[in-house]
Design a protein around this ligand. Structure first.
Ligand SMILES: Cc1cc2nc3c(=O)[nH]c(=O)nc-3n(C[C@H](O)[C@H](O)[C@H](O)COP(=O)(O)OP(=O)(O)OC[C@H]3O[C@@H](n4cnc5c(N)ncnc54)[C@H](O)[C@@H]3O)c2cc1C
Length: 401
């Protein structure tokens, strides 16, 4: 029986392992992970866990007994330092080596610290990033009632942490390089709705570029194009960077992600790549795409297992993600591009509405905001040519579009 090694014990890796056993694979499986925790889901780190409503047990994929019962060997708390593809071996930082017949790479992402040159002051005490449970623990300890929390970046994680920190009684400032957060990608109307929501809840959203953080008189000082402002806590939320070093040194084809086909095989047929690192051919989109979301980690984990066991499935679904901020809950499906036209169904001011994105009459994506159990119907309209009038008309049932 072939041995399978999964490198990266996050959600994608854990799902691949689960699916391998669910599909009846009985050979040896090793799951290698740098973090000491068993694989867990990350979305609660910026939401329920940060707010104190969820504990790690509730978002840990499986407890330790599951790995024993399913004969999966977790090697946790140790980083892999290289892949010797000619020898089919993974070398670990503790000096040991693990042999594989098939390798699934699932090394995920790390927080961006500011590109090639990290933002000045990124390593000062009180300056955080948020990727791991240990990051969330440290951030949570610092966000106290009345603390001045400055968030650099107005992407999903920045805005979610802003909402959580306000709910904990912190005074929150978000630094956004665009006047309306997320508008470049999601359109002005949706971006404005998100901005209004945060401002209504007392978040100070400033349009300014942060160029550094300093320590001064016992507190932090955020230096931006709008001047200098004091803070007790700073979160750098300026995106994520895929962990591609191992793939690169193994000689895999890499271009802003590990290049994989629609079955998730890389340029080395014995190595698959999944989750945040995979630049994967998507048969619906007809091109490669890299998706940094929860649903993708799960689906690609399952697909990797199918591929390894000779299945005929492929990467053929529309990307999906969700977010929760204050009273807004939203799901998005599809793949819109900046500049796509938006069509709204419903009343944005009521907080419950749908958004469709279109390019040359074709629906590229759709989102449901505080309206539930419609995502499958939205998924079904993507890729179809539909008029703005029909999409916006609440008298036409979604199923009849
Ligand atoms: C705070 C936060 C909130 C999020 N919220 C949402 C949300 O609301 N909705 C949504 O759709 N998505 C959300 N996401 C995104 C989602 O969590 C990720 O897309 C998903 O975790 C990707 O899974 P992954 O397994 O590919 O990578 P990861 O979860 O990053 O796991 C990769 C694992 O590999 C390990 N690793 C890396 N290099 C090595 C090495 N050399 N040796 C050993 N181990 C290694 C890492 O330590 C890590 O444990 C959120 C992410 C974060 C950080």
């Amino acid at each position: 029986m072939e041995s399978i090694v999964v490198l990266g014990a996050g959600l994608a890796g854990a799902t691949a392992v689960t699916e391998l056993r669910d599909r009846g694979f009985t050979g040896p499986i090793t799951l290698i992970g740098e973090e000491s925790e068993l694989p867990y889901e990350r979305p609660p780190l910026s939401k329920g866990y940060l707010q104190g409503n969820e504990e790690p047990e509730s978002f840990t994929v499986h407890d330790a007994i599951w790995y024993q019962e399913h004969k999966v060997e977790p090697r946790l708390g140790v980083a892999a330092i290289s892949i010797e593809s000619a020898r089919r071996q993974v070398l670990l930082a503790d000096g040991s080596a693990v042999d594989y017949d098939q390798l699934v790479l699932a090394t995920g992402s790390r927080a961006n610290l500011g590109g090639d040159a990290p933002l000045a002051g990124y390593d000062l005490p009180g300056v955080h990033t948020l990727r791991k449970l240990s990051d969330a623990k440290a951030l949570k300890a610092d966000i106290t009632d009345g603390a001045r929390v400055s968030i650099v970046g107005s992407g999903w994680i920045g805005m979610e942490v802003a909402a959580s920190a306000r709910q904990l009684g912190a005074r929150v400032t978000v630094y956004s390089t665009s006047e309306v957060p997320l508008a470049a990608v999601f359109g002005q109307r949706f971006g404005r709705h998100l901005l209004d929501l945060h401002q209504r809840h007392g978040v100070d959203v400033r349009t300014a570029k942060v160029h550094g953080i300093e320590q001064a008189d016992g507190h932090l000082q955020v230096l931006s194009s709008a001047g200098s402002s004091p803070a007790d806590v700073v979160l750098l939320a300026i995106g994520a960077v895929p962990n591609l070093q191992l793939a690169e040194t193994a000689g895999l084809d890499v271009d802003q992600g590990v290049l994989v086909d629609a079955t998730l095989r890389s340029s080395d047929p014995r190595i698959l790549a999944i989750g945040d690192i995979a630049q994967a051919m998507n048969t619906r989109l007809g091109r490669r795409v890299r998706v940094e979301h929860w649903d993708n980690a799960i689906r690609q984990g399952k697909l990797a297992a199918a591929t390894l066991l000779g299945g005929s499935e492929s990467h053929d679904w529309w990307p999906y993600f969700f977010t929760d901020q204050f009273e807004l809950g939203m799901e998005y499906v599809g793949h819109s591009a900046p500049g796509d036209e938006t069509v709204i169904r419903g009343d944005v001011d009521s907080g419950e509405f749908l958004v469709f994105w279109r390019n040359s009459q074709v629906v590229t994506a759709a989102a449901n905001v505080n309206i539930w159990d419609v995502n499958d119907e939205l998924r079904a309209v993507i890729g179809r040519e539909l008029s703005a009038e029909r999409l916006a008309d609440p008298k036409i049932e979604l199923a009849d579009l």
